[in-house]
Ligand binder design. Structure first.
Ligand SMILES: [Zn+2]
Ligand SMILES: [Zn+2]
Length: 247
């Protein structure tokens, strides 16, 4: 093959070759794959199913029916010493896809925009935006070693960067609890009882617990109980996504 022919061929092949590299290592949205929208495209961001106010002041679930003076849902009126919880969105649609991409496909670059979403949620309340520390819900060390990261900790660090607050690994999971997905609320509560321990002083601190998904809230409640027992002054639970029954 002559030089000229080679050059022509290279000219034809180069765009193809560069396109192939882009296909293999594209700066794509880590949720839906839209090109040149790394790590999250605008459409995914806009389509996240946000939880709109009014929400129950205790459990953070959307309030239905005529407004209640106290903004507390009926089940929460009967709970003793409940944990206040807030979630950014519903665990469905693109937000569910985003949680799965972060957690099961290791798309850690998503932690930054998702942490920003949580920081925005906390920033709605000046007091909640300035905790002494963000505390990730821990995985059992064995599970964390297998996964290579803890998605709750990735989120807590990102929230901390946006709010200029430290993220601290204050809690450890001392018991590896079976997956909760098949359990009802009572079973979940029993499943996580005594599963967490506090490994450094939290006396007098205002803490925000961070998790990726909240379902019944039993894990967050158990973590909060451990922190309160260790002297934490105030605990708020936040999750990126909340599992809610379909309308
Ligand atoms: Zn997308
Ligand atoms: Zn409630």
């Amino acid at each position: 093959m002559g030089d000229a022919a080679r050059e022509v061929l290279a000219g034809i092949l180069r765009p193809w070759w560069m396109a192939a590299v882009d296909l293999l290592f594209p700066p794509r949205c880590q949720v839906c794959g839209t090109p040149e929208a790394f790590p999250l495209c605008e459409r995914c961001w806009l389509e996240f199913p946000r939880i709109e106010r009014p929400v129950c002041q205790v459990c953070g679930r959307p309030l239905r029916g005529p407004p209640d003076l106290l903004f507390v849902c009926v089940p929460c009126r009967h709970r003793r010493n409940p944990l206040r919880v807030r979630a950014f969105g519903r665990y469905e649609g693109r937000l569910r896809d985003a949680v799965h991409a972060l957690k099961y496909r290791g798309r850690l670059a998503l932690a930054d925009p998702l942490g920003c979403a949580l920081a925005q949620l906390l920033a709605q309340d000046a007091r909640e935006a300035a905790p002494d520390a963000l505390v990730p819900v821990p995985l059992h060390p064995r599970r964390e070693a297998r996964r290579g990261f803890n998605q709750a900790e990735e989120l807590a660090r990102a929230v901390g960067r946006y709010l200029h607050r430290p993220a601290r690994r204050v809690l450890v999971r001392v018991r590896d609890t079976p997956s909760q997905t098949e359990l009802d609320e009572d079973e979940r509560r029993r499943n996580v009882r005594g599963a967490f321990a506090v490994r450094e002083s939290v006396r007098g601190l205002r803490l925000v617990l961070v998790d990726d998904v909240v379902t019944t809230g039993s894990t967050l409640a158990e973590c909060a109980a451990a922190l309160r027992a260790a002297g934490a002054a105030e605990v708020l639970g936040v999750a990126l996504a909340m599992a809610l029954p379909q309308d």
